[in-house]
Write a protein that binds this ligand. Structure first.
Ligand code: FAD
Length: 141
């Protein structure tokens, strides 16, 4: 099944999250795709507790607080999040729309794409051991 939306935002870092708000003000709905299992990009993944001092109007705010505030600011516009999946393919359709396909075989049709991919897609660094793929997503005791 192909989902449809006005805009697909690639990346749920601070730029992608604020884009939801800005688009929402213009009555433009969006879906947001991120390879991480949670929104926030570098702020939530790499430094949730580190203080940030260069956000206007905030004397100090942590990476997670900034993420939580951006999520709250975006929430009224009802974004649809597609987490834990990487955008792998983008096709321009004859209709002029875009078809965005992800690593879990999700397809979304959109009129426009916002690329907010920041430092790139976060992917786990795998153990350099052959024949280990069958153990992925499993606990090893
Ligand atoms: C340790 C550290 C401290 C920092 N401290 C500060 C600070 O104090 N002040 C400051 O202003 N900046 C700071 N920065 C920089 C700041 O975090 C970045 O500038 C900011 O996160 C960029 O936001 P972004 O939304 O553009 O990208 P990112 O935060 O990089 O988010 C991009 C998101 O896109 C996703 N993505 C990318 N490609 C794909 C794809 N193909 N499919 C699916 N998902 C994809 C990624 O998984 C990621 O979640 C710091 C950075 C680090 C590492």
């Amino acid at each position: 099944m192909i989902e449809k939306t006005d805009v697909v935002i690639i990346g749920a870092g601070p730029v992608g999250l604020f884009a939801i708000f800005e688009l929402g003000l213009l009555n433009i709905s969006c879906h947001v795709i991120d390879n991480l299992d949670k929104p926030g990009g570098q702020c939530a993944e790499l430094y949730p507790e580190k203080p940030i001092y260069d956000i206007p109007s905030r004397v100090s705010i942590s990476g997670q607080e900034l993420t939580d505030d951006l999520l709250a600011q975006a929430k009224p516009f009802k974004p649809v999040y597609h987490l834990s999946q990487q955008v792998e393919k983008i096709e321009k359709l004859e209709s002029g729309e875009w078809l965005i396909m992800t690593s879990v075989n999700k397809s979304i049709k959109a009129k426009c794409i916002v690329i907010a991919a920041g430092a790139g897609s976060f992917v786990p660094r795998k153990l350099p051991i052959s024949d280990i793929a069958h153990l992925e997503e499993k606990n090893i005791l």
